[in-house]
Design a protein around this ligand. Structure first.
Ligand SMILES: [Zn+2]
Length: 68
């Protein structure tokens, strides 16, 4: 089994077992927020955040500029 390391896009925090992190899947038309699950986190375009606060930073940016 490979130990996957996830990194928060906002602050760069890394974790191998991010229990209370947040996963976001988005495109330019919609944004979905997930509580952390391996299934959601492993999706190819998943974005990872260390908590609600940093997920909200991204959500705010997304509203301004959309996913790119
Ligand atoms: Zn963070």
């Amino acid at each position: 089994m490979i130990d996957m390391v996830y990194r928060c896009e906002i602050c760069g925090t890394e974790s191998q077992k991010p229990a209370k992190w947040v996963v976001i899947h988005c495109n330019d038309a919609q944004l979905n927020v997930f509580k952390w699950t391996e299934e959601a986190a492993e999706k190819p375009h998943a974005r990872h955040y260390c908590g609600e606060a940093h997920a909200q930073v991204y959500i705010s940016r997304w509203f301004e500029s959309f996913c790119s």
